[in-house]
Design a protein around this ligand. Sequence first.
Ligand SMILES: [Fe+2]
Ligand SMILES: [Fe+2]
Length: 309
Amino acid sequence: MPRMSQVVSIAHLTDVHLGPIDGFHARYWNLKRGAGYINWVRTRRDGHRREVLDRIVADMRAHRPDHIAVTGDLANIGLPQEHAGALAWLEGLGTPDRVTVVPGNHDIYSTIGRDAGTRRWARYMTSDAEGSQYDSGDDFPFVRLAGKVALIGVNSSVPTPVLLAYGRVGTGQLDRLDDVLRRLGDAGLFRLVLIHHPPLSGLANAARGLRDAKALEAVLARAGAELVIHGHNHRNMFAWHRHASGRMAIIGAPSASQAVQHGAEPPARYNIYRIDPAARAFELTGRGLAEDNGEVVELERQTVSLSAE
Ligand SMILES: [Fe+2]
Ligand SMILES: [Fe+2]
């Protein structure tokens, strides 16, 4: 890639689903959490392993990314102790100026009373000094700048009834996102959107997908973006989406903590983006476990141009 000095490297980790689940007190009990806890014990607890995540993080560190993006599902059933544990993990990952997070449906899971919930992570999910000139003053979307790359944090997570994992961006946030993307585009910045749920309709089923995916698709098409990264599906995903002046890449990563293949979900992986904003291009490197409980190796490398057809 040309002019390496302008290149910004961003590592993307998602769906780490940290365990164990502590602090499941009676006051947080409800059907949603009861079902979620049983599901976690039965099908998830042995799959998401801290030891695997630690190896993924060590490998990522060795690649010295400029910035780390985490797209939600740090927790499992949205308990205060899980949020506190996730904050400790984020602090171990890096300082708030180097790490950005957006919440997932397992973080904003069910009612939590007056507890601070994911607001414990506020330092990792608010605009920085440079980005705040582009945001709208609300919690989401927030904006952070890493060189000529603007990270735009969107919250797609809302409490949901039992067995459902859908998301919603909401009309207010959609309007603000439209405005923020336009302003960042006018400023010539490379727009990297972070969201937990896949942003296009058809990338997740009705029970798990964004309820307002069509509206988000329309905002992205009108206002434009260069790259959208997401989690939620625990799979490697790649889609294109057209906008007024080109196309954007929509890329989902598998869980970064999964020890073994789980149905269609592969073992742990993370992605590194080496973004050249001036060239409107990036190199995508996927690294992770090629086999159950395996070593962390390079799984994929490709150069993606947003200008070419
Ligand atoms: Fe997840
Ligand atoms: Fe999720």
